[in-house]
Ligand binder design. Structure first.
Ligand SMILES: O=C(O)[C@H](O)COP(=O)(O)O
Ligand SMILES: [Mn+2]
Ligand SMILES: [Mn+2]
Length: 546
């Protein structure tokens, strides 16, 4: 049980954690949609309330190195668990480096399954080195190993990124990879990219937001339906010519064919590895492959394959049953221990981030703990630069209503705007996204105050804080030849804010800035605000009681 804190009895009302997704603290205002936004409420919070910054990237959130940006999965895991675990990116890299992945039953079944059939392994996944959902080096290692184990044919289904990496960088990955595949395709081994498309156009939907995207991916990868090209380099060039201005993540599907015949349809007896390690955008396509009574769309043909995920994407649902590397075993999360303390908890976001405040928050569990209530606000299915306000107002309505019930001691929400609009690379829309969150806070905070509560306002990683690519050497915004800035769609390496909105303690509470405190300090801080000691496994909190 969480013990009572002697230094502070706890605030009278609810403790509310507000995650402004994609809201980092930049080094320069140049290119910051946050700095450009009109945001009187946030400005007042930073001027008047205790606030510090927290580390939200790299090793502070379990990524392999401090060159790795943060992301929603690792960020919400750290906030919810109060601990830092080696995450998928690090676990897979280690398993490949020490060879454990090849000894595992799952890899051996993939190889054996393919050999018992046509000798074909398919690899489907995000084709970049973003290290958020996947890493292309993992794919490369699997191709090499497949050949070493006597597999004859490898077919790669490449989802173009441009969201965790520069927006039109697809050829930086496709050209060298096709050259590598050509080099290894000797001695009876044949490895080629067989299909693909933009990751926001096919296959990688999440949280049931847009199943038709997954259906399009199925038709492309499995059935071989789509515009035909001779190779993936031609496909990217051809699609860019046909869709000028479309960035990689939004490019339509393509299929590689020889003489009109797709080279990589997925057939009975093949093996399929989905090589993303992160779960949110891997679950739907995985369900299409493994569920017998799948009914989200008409698969037309459901080949009997040996299927593995890079990781297990959902432990509660055991999805998929076969996986190459064990996911981090996240235990003793704040959700679990607040539940054991008998505290009612409320979690809310819109579809695009709903799993972030539920599934990721609770350590990649899709089941609720006792006393939890989850509310999802359906997201629009549109390019978010067209609706940068997204569902900030509706989430705020739901939060205020939940506070008014008087039932919940702890509430949490995620405003998706800064991140989802930041990913579009549209600066103007991103400023409006930040303004929408500001408007939301202007309504939510008074409701928290009226209920005698406090809020911790934070973020899971940066995004809208840097809307221009930085030059690798100078770290200043990079320019196109015509002098315009290069739009940036990815997350940032910047820290995030932690603001304590507290009108109830009479100035008794503050926050302590430390050089190392990261997102994992929030769980203990929430416990302390409730008048409870942290769980022994959680990292230190940052609450100061004067
Ligand atoms: O999946 C995405 O949209 C991006 O790769 C990462 O964004 P998120 O980590 O904020 O979800
Ligand atoms: Mn995020
Ligand atoms: Mn994001």
């Amino acid at each position: 049980m969480l013990q009572k804190l002697s230094a502070f009895p706890g605030v009278p009302g609810p403790v509310v954690v507000i995650v402004m997704d994609g809201y980092g603290v930049p080094k320069t205002d140049v290119g910051s949609a946050i700095a450009a936004a009109r945001k009187p409420t946030l400005d007042r919070l930073f001027a008047e309330c205790p606030n510090i910054t927290l580390r939200a990237h790299g090793t502070a959130v379990g990524m392999p190195s401090d060159d790795d940006m943060g992301n929603s999965e690792v960020g919400h895991n750290a906030i919810g668990a109060g601990q830092v675990y080696a995450q998928g990116a690090a676990l897979v890299a280690d398993a490949i480096a020490n060879g454990a992945i090849w000894q595992g039953e799952a890899w051996q079944q993939i190889v054996a399954g393919a050999k018992a059939g046509r000798g074909v392994i398919h690899f489907i996944g995000l084709f970049s080195d973003g290290n958020v959902h996947s890493h292309i080096d993992h794919l490369k290692a699997m191709v090499v190993q497949a050949k070493a184990e006597g597999i004859q044919t490898v077919r790669i289904h490449a989802l173009l990124d441009g969201r965790d990496v520069p927006e039109t960088s697809a050829l930086d990955y496709v050209v060298p990879f096709e050259a590598f595949l050509k080099d290894v395709s000797v001695d009876g081994f044949d490895a080629r990219i067989a299909s693909g498309g933009g990751r926001q156009y096919i296959t990688m939907d999440r949280y049931d937001a847009n199943w038709p995207m997954v259906e399009k991916g199925w038709k492309t990868h499995v059935l071989g339906e789509g515009t035909q090209f001779a190779n993936a380099t031609d496909a990217v060039n051809g699609l860019r010519d046909k869709h000028p201005g479309t960035i990689d993540q939004d490019l339509p599907e393509f299929v590689i064919a020889d003489g009109g015949k797709p080279i990589g349809t997925i057939e009975d007896g093949d093996s399929v590895v989905f090589f993303n390690f992160r779960g949110d955008r891997a679950i739907e396509i995985t369900r299409a492959f493994v569920e017998d009574s799948f009914d989200k769309f008409d698969r037309v043909r459901a080949p009997k394959v040996t299927y593995a995920g890079m990781l297990q994407y959902d432990g509660d649902l055991q999805l998929p049953k076969r996986f190459l590397v064990a996911p981090p075993a996240i235990k003793d999360t704040s959700g679990e221990w607040f539940s054991k303390a008998g505290l009612a908890q409320f979690a809310c976001s819109e579809t695009q981030k709903f799993g972030h405040v539920t599934y990721f928050w609770n350590g990649n569990r899709s089941n609720k703990f006792d006393g939890e209530t989850w509310q999802e606000v359906p997201s629009d299915v549109v390019p978010f630069e067209q609706r940068p306000w997204m569902k900030a107002a509706e989430i705020t309505d739901a939060m205020i209503a939940a506070i008014h019930t008087g039932k919940y001691r702890i509430l949490r929400c995620n405003y998706a705007n800064g991140d989802m609009v930041g990913h579009t690379g549209n600066f103007r829309a991103a400023t409006m996204a930040v303004e929408a969150v500001d408007l939301a806070l202007a309504r939510l905070l008074p409701a928290i105050e009226a209920a005698g509560g406090v809020a911790l306002i934070t973020a899971d990683h940066g995004n809208a804080d840097e809307m221009f690519e930085l030059d690798k050497k100078t770290k200043q915004p990079a320019l196109h030849k015509d002098g315009s800035y290069k739009a940036k769609t990815a997350h940032t390496l910047n820290p995030v804010p932690l603001v304590l909105f507290d009108k109830v303690s009479g100035g008794k509470l503050g926050l302590t800035q430390t050089p190392t405190a990261g997102l994992s300090s929030i769980a203990a801080t929430v416990a302390n605000l409730l008048g409870l000691e942290k769980h022994a496994k959680w990292d230190e909190g940052v609450l100061e009681v004067k």
